[in-house]
Design a protein around this ligand. Sequence first.
Ligand code: GDP
Length: 350
Amino acid sequence: GGSGSTQSDLQRARMRLSLQEHLWDFYQNNVNIPAEEQAVARRAALDICAELRVFLHAKLPDMPLREMYLSGSLYDDLQVVTADHAQLMVPLILEKNLWSSIPGEDTIMNVPGFWLIRRENLEYFPRNSSYWDRCMVGGYLSPKSVLEVFDKLVAGSINWPAIGSVLDYIIHPVVPSETLTLEVQYDMDRKLYVDFLPLLVMEDGTSLIAKPHRLAAERHENLWRQSFRVAETARLRALDQEDGGCRCACLKLAKAVCKLNPALNRLNASQLTNSILLLCEKEGDWTREALADRFLQLLRALVGHLEAGRLSCALSPKVNLFCELTEQEVDELGYTLYCALSDPEGLLRT
Ligand code: GDP
């Protein structure tokens, strides 16, 4: 009857209220990183970056690079739980007339969001006209081979113990590592992982990073990954700034939940950011008071995307951000999140 439904409405409202309190508590105590901890981690990353610049300029003056820089969630106040990782972006310079880019959907692999970089004009500009020809595989610039060049340098010819002792850190390359990663111990109990991320910036501003396709069959090996990170984080931040919203807080909560819950580790920042951006197209109320509602809605949206096996990139709908998950992973993620819908607080017990 009428009174029954009112009562259950009330109960639901009360549950949402308490979820809201729990979410904000969790945010304060587990998700957000103290400013001081972030500053020390940034300092350590910056010191290493400075050393590497000096080293590369001295050792390889003709390697065509733009200045390396640090980036990632640590620099956007979007890192969660512990300040423990950053990316060192290494922009390569390619000669315009010698290299061209082919979108993944125009190749036999048919993967939007990935690109091939083809060597052109070999007949007039033979091999070794371009510095990066040494990383050419089958006529294409191979991200894997580019990573190997840096791997040899970083793991092979840099005296990390010496640099570390100058900086008062313990530094060593992580082996084996599929990305090229430095482990930096900058305090007794604090470690920072710095990933080398070579990248290409094309004329129209498109960024491609040397991060291999995860289900790398051999034919995927030459693919460069388009990065939407800068644009998608900027859009999220801008929306929050317009209305003082909690979208970034919601993202950080979701990231922390996925980081702390092994069954959800496979979901990454980009997938979560884009799910929120898609939600923003339908949902306008992102006030602090709406956090629990939006968080639950985000979980439901993710379950929906997983059921469909597809999550479109908000900035480029043809890109499927789930294309590197196996069917089994999609099923497991969907199941975990589906169960969480009836006990969202369970996600916060870590
Ligand atoms: P978090 O690592 O989960 O905190 O998320 P981030 O937002 O810092 O994203 C880092 C991940 O995105 C890494 O796996 C990178 O390889 C990848 N990535 C893709 N494009 C970019 C980019 O332009 N900059 C950085 N820093 N990382 C990128």
